[in-house]
Design a protein around this ligand. Structure first.
Ligand SMILES: Nc1ncnc2c1ncn2[C@@H]1O[C@H](COP(=O)(O)OP(=O)(O)OP(=O)(O)O)[C@@H](O)[C@H]1O
Ligand SMILES: [Mg+2]
Length: 221
């Protein structure tokens, strides 16, 4: 019996993510995909969104479809050294804990492929209806121009941020607070990658174009 799509998606939205742990799960994937640079963009006005773009290996059509699947890899299978993933769920559960529309666009071998989980669409079809984006849809996604400039890479965009805006009067200001939390969390969690510790490939993380500095938890009182 396959799970009912809207029910499973709504249920997994309640898994205990905060904005900072959700963004960290997306950055995890970028690091695993050998990215050397990750851009996180918070856009608070009009139709607010959060976008996370990397210059990692990227995905082709089959890979992106598999990445969007709930349970894309068996947790019991051996993982490559350096793969930070474990459950085959993070991209979906972390994203949908914050938004109702997750778009993933990836560039690999000069091809750009986009796919989208839109909770309202899933509810209307009552099925696992993953949208594959055409070139017009892709052109409408924020930061697509920047992705095209990279040889390879992946852009994750969260739109319809119902969990973030809930009950907040001044979304603009609250977005600033979220950014502070995300910055601090990532500076700690990824400090070894940010400082390029010996034996670890250095990764640069920028939030709204400001570079994150590593915070070594060992030196926190
Ligand atoms: N930024 C990315 N670049 C390239 N491939 C990616 C990227 N993000 C996700 N993927 C692919 O999609 C798959 C699914 O990602 P997801 O985060 O859902 O699961 P996971 O990382 O395997 O495990 P976990 O649930 O522990 O995060 C990854 O295993 C990877 O193959
Ligand atoms: Mg992951």
């Amino acid at each position: 019996m396959p799970p009912n799509a809207p029910v499973l998606m709504e249920a997994t939205r309640a898994i205990g993510y905060s904005i900072e742990t959700a963004v960290a799960d997306i950055v995890d994937n970028s690091v695993t995909a050998n990215a050397t640079q990750v851009h996180i963009m918070f856009f608070p006005v009009g139709n607010p969104y959060v976008a996370i773009m990397d210059n990692g290996d990227g995905m082709n059509k089959d890979e992106i479809k598999n990445a969007m699947r709930y349970g894309s890899k068996n947790p019991l299978d051996a993982r490559a050294l350096g793969d930070l993933g474990r459950f085959g769920l993070g991209l979906k559960t972390a994203s949908m804990s914050q938004c109702r529309r997750l778009t993933v666009i990836s560039k690999k071998c000069d091809e750009i492929i986009g796919a989208q989980w839109d909770l309202d669409f899933i509810e209307s079809t009552n099925d696992w209806s993953l949208k594959l984006l055409n070139s017009d849809d892709v052109a409408d996604i924020p930061h697509i121009g920047q992705l095209k400039e990279n040889n390879t890479g992946t852009l994750v965009v969260w739109q319809a941020l119902d969990r973030l805006s809930l009950g907040e009067l001044n979304f603009d200001q609250i977005m600033g607070k979220y950014m502070d939390r995300v910055r601090e969390h990532l500076s700690l969690v990824f400090h070894r990658y940010l400082s390029g510790e010996q034996g670890i490939k250095k990764v640069e993380i920028l939030m709204n174009n400001v570079r994150l500095e590593p915070i070594d938890p060992f030196f926190i009182g």
